[in-house]
Design a protein around this ligand. Sequence first.
Ligand code: IPM
Ligand code: MG
Length: 360
Amino acid sequence: MSQTIAILPGDGIGPEIVAEAKKVLHALKSAGLTIELDEALVGGAAIDATGKPLPDDTLALAKAADAVLLGAVGGPKWEPLDIAIRPEKGLLGLRAGLNLFANLRPAILYPELANASTLKADVVADLDILIVRELTGGIYFGQPRGIRTNGKGEQEGFNTLIYSESEIERIARVGFESAQKRQKRLCSIDKANVLEATEFWRNVVTRVGKDYPEVELSHMYVDNAAMQLVRNPKQFDVMVTTNMFGDILSDLASMLTGSIGMLPSASLDANNKGMYEPIHGSAPDIAGQNKANPLATILSVAMMLRYSLNQAKFADLIEAAVKQVLANGLRTSDIQESGQKTVSTVEMGDAVVVALQASL
Ligand code: IPM
Ligand code: MG
């Protein structure tokens, strides 16, 4: 039976990078993968067409699909809008609407890109860490929230950081289970010295850890974790953390690997249904210029095949094709080093497809 993939290109560079990922999917389809692609609007593109960042049709398509591929959302054009109807709400609405509470953000350094990192090559050589970010709770979703006039007649902005025990427990289990499949070390990141919500987080993670005696659990405050990630990132195997801390630390971790343009992500529900997207944003400054790096999106397709579509063999082939083009010296401008050939978005996508087809 054919599996359906909902394709949501979004804004900025989103349509350009998703177009390259689609070429990869079509190549696999020609090689026998039974998939159907369905496309819909999200983010600013959806606001322009329908007035809403997440039209009902888009959410329905995403719910009905076996997996979702998303480009990126947002841009300066929509920044003047009320926060409740901005493009980013489309993305948050998809995450919440599909119960995608577990966000897996691997930061892997390809040996070919060792010199593209701003850190010394020996600090990042062979880096392979996984950030498990809680994605449907915490301060990004907590109520109450808003901007109001307080009792003194002054305006104030407020948000709520709140985590229930079950929300912490289920993401902790994803962290422990991910660690079990890797080096069996899990570091939980919090700010338990200041925030009660994350003191509670630490207590729950510690309790859940008793079910995983073979995993070595440690805890670290988020400020220290940010420092340790640039000081000695290889001390980490799997990190599990809240929505906001994971948002920040995963951007930081991406630069260890040379470019945020390289990192894919998977956002999963309890049954491994998922949405797959590059961790970078819509990069409006380079949108429409055929300059963006499509590799994070192409690698997101590999994660989709592995986690949601049960096609690990094709996932391996995509990852091998990406390694091949990097080894061949192809670089988009974000990972440019002297002596390498700078290629466009389309050239990079085409090169991956050629390498992939050679292995199919
Ligand atoms: C991310 C992005 C999003 C987030 C934005 C675009 C809402 O930064 O996926 O990391 O904050 O989660
Ligand atoms: Mg982010």
